[in-house]
Write a protein that binds this ligand. Structure first.
Ligand SMILES: [Zn+2]
Length: 183
């Protein structure tokens, strides 16, 4: 069932709430939710610092949660655990996550802002639909949902003093930029 624009906004707000949780925990603020039949089946956020594991991106955290629940991965439904599932994520999935999502058969990805450094859905490379693969079907990825909020929360993170850094750099003179350039 296709969600309408209002539902996209509602679901992106849920993903943004997870990004806020990440920010409060001192993580790079990226949050996501997975939706199936208009129901949230998993929500997660970045936990790379907490777990000291660079693979613990929001998307993979949520996928682990889904895979651990047999009720969310009924056998024989399609062969792909994330078929009929939409991901809402505040930042374009990175190359690692974009590849994992394709191998899991995700139906669609809706994201906030693009990831110019590591984006795997067109920001750097289009793993979602521009690379041929013999078995895993491509998936649609569309950016621009709550884009300004997604950018601003990242800026809030990067202007905040990181007291966990081995040699904390003073960022007291940094000012939060609120101007958003068009994509
Ligand atoms: Zn990632």
């Amino acid at each position: 069932m296709a969600a309408n624009t209002g539902e996209h906004e509602k679901f992106m707000a849920e993903a943004m709430a997870m990004a806020e949780e990440a920010l409060a925990a001192g993580e790079v603020p990226v949050g996501c939710i997975f939706v199936r039949e208009n129901t949230i089946i998993a929500k997660a956020r970045n936990r790379t610092n907490e777990l000291r594991n660079a693979t613990r991106h929001a998307e993979l955290e949520a996928i682990d949660e889904i895979m651990a629940d047999p009720a969310l991965t009924p056998p024989g439904s399609s062969g792909y655990p994330l078929a009929d599932t939409t991901l809402y994520v505040t930042v374009e999935p990175c190359i690692m996550c974009a590849s994992a999502l394709r191998q899991m058969g995700i139906k669609q990805v809706l994201y906030g802002c693009s990831n110019d450094r590591f984006g795997g859905c067109g920001g750097v490379i289009g793993i979602n639909d521009r690379l041929a693969h013999p078995s895993h079907p491509p998936y649609e990825a569309i950016g621009g949902y709550s884009r300004e909020d997604a950018i601003l929360i990242l800026r809030r993170f990067y202007v905040t003093e990181n007291s966990n850094a081995p040699t904390p750099k003073s960022k007291v003179n940094r000012v939060l930029k609120t101007e958003i350039l068009p994509p």
